[in-house]
Design a binder for this molecule. Structure first.
Ligand code: 4NP
Length: 162
């Protein structure tokens, strides 16, 4: 079974689709596509069915990453289906944990910025109501966090044989 990662933000149109597509980019570079699978979701229902935000898509394309996807809302069954759930900020983290009524999946949920090696931020800042620099910063932070995450996942027992 491949290792399954789920990236989660509020709307699933800016930060989490960027994280998903950046991670897929790194996974493909490392030829690990058969071993690690990525998806993303939002804690809100605001943008269900929408493609990634055009401003986010532009910032990603400047770094050679194209954003694919269609927003969906996080579902309780995601707790079972994914090995690791990465929240972009504390609010998303709390919203996800609140849906785990039996408290059996708490260890699967982590903050994305735990995996940053060069950035000291604790959250991926919400860029939605700001200017282009906020979107560029999201990409910078996520490139850092995704590198760290790839190393972490590569060290998991399930992937040791790759
Ligand atoms: P995301 O950004 O959570 O990174 O997708 C946002 C998208 C939409 C809204 C807020 C943040 N909104 O309020 O509609």
């Amino acid at each position: 079974m491949p290792y399954q990662l789920l990236f989660v933000c509020l709307g699933n149109i800016c930060r989490s689709p960027s994280a998903e597509n950046i991670m897929n980019h790194l996974i493909n570079q490392a030829a690990l596509g058969d071993y690690i699978i990525c998806d993303s979701a939002g804690t809100s229902s605001y943008h269900i069915g929408s493609p990634p935000d055009a401003r986010m898509t532009k910032a990603a394309s400047l770094r050679g990453i194209s954003l694919k996807g269609q927003a969906r809302q996080f579902q309780v069954k995601d707790f079972e289906n994914f090995d690791l759930i990465l929240a972009m900020d504390y609010d998303n983290y709390e919203s996800i944990l609140a849906l785990d009524r039996t408290r059996q999946y708490q260890d699967k949920v982590k903050l994305m910025c735990e995996f940053c090696r060069y950035h000291s931020v604790k959250e991926v800042p919400d860029p939605y109501y700001g200017g282009p620099e906020g979107f560029n910063r999201v990409i910078d932070i996520l490139l850092d966090a995704c590198q760290g995450l790839l190393e972490y996942v590569g060290s998991q027992p399930q992937l040791k044989t790759m």
